[in-house]
Design a protein around this ligand. Sequence first.
Ligand SMILES: *Cc1c(COP(=O)(O)O)cnc(C)c1O
Length: 363
Amino acid sequence: MSQEFIPPAKPIIGDEERRAVDAVLATGQLAQGAEVAEFEKEFSQVLLDGRAAVAVNSGTSGLHLGLLAAGIGPGDEVIVPSFTFAATANSVALTGATPVFADIELDHYTLDPASVEAMITDKTAAIMPVHLYGHPFDVDAIGALAAKHGVKVFEDAAQAHGAAVNGRKVGTFGDFAMFSLYPTKNMTSGEGGMVSTGLTDVERRLRLLRNQGMERQYENELVGFNARMTNIHAAIGRVQLTKVGGWTRTRQENAAFLDANLSGVITPEVAEGCEHVYHQYTIRVPEGRDAFAQALKDEYNVGCGVYYPIPNHRLAPFQTDDELPVTEEAAQTVLSLPVHPSLSQNDLERIVEAVNKLAKAGS
Ligand SMILES: *Cc1c(COP(=O)(O)O)cnc(C)c1O
């Protein structure tokens, strides 16, 4: 096996990011300050059509503080997918509320509105769907359901920077939304998160919760955290923000090439009116997925990943007897192939050849 390994994800950090960090270090103003404020303003303009953005130290903090700021706590139920990264349910549980798991639709791996409706009780306070893999959840159906039952909608947009529905950006639909800035996401600040909200009282509580409950120094108004982003991280994020649009176009071109050339596997579908930003390019291998993934790595040196092999409702902290058959099927059959913007044409051709050969051998 002489060919180089194709990694499943690859953060792109260039000279501009290095220079921006250096400039912050030179000022000596390392903690949250002007750089963070500028990052919030720019993120709002570029990705949120002007909706307010509040920077925090991780995506998980963003969900947790967003839930607290929106008034979620003990006694509340929040409906979430089981087919997601555990941070979604963790953040609900950390508020003292109960995460309630609903099933997904197999076409887009996002919450199935019919399953969500079946889980609504008189304790349901909110629905928090995930724009999984960079594909928007069904914002119209979930929005209609929330209005009908008088519950809130929060968006886990950790994987969906720039995704949109009929031209409207994700992150502008819910009472609040969270974007992760972890290194493998579509853009990064090192670690970090951005919370958007159109509600001024939620925005104010977010800013208080992030900084020990203080707006003015030593005049603490509530019990809060230290969840601040540093100027150093914001400097990286600001540079990345100028590049994420181009990277997304490259991801979409890479996905189009894979769509057109893969055979023998189930390729991702994009719902009518949706812009998919391909945080992951996720296929399904109906039989023998694990052996397929192993062979892709061992025989072809093509990296890949399973997101996520164990549904949240089967994990120790959240164990339930819920039957979520579509979630179970997805967990057993999904496989994400490299789609990141650093892939060369040769890489893409190697991925196609490897997948098609393995699919043919397995059929
Ligand atoms: C990455 C991720 C998170 C958590 O973000 P962090 O920045 O890693 O804390 C939450 N939800 C989903 C769906 C994610 O992919």
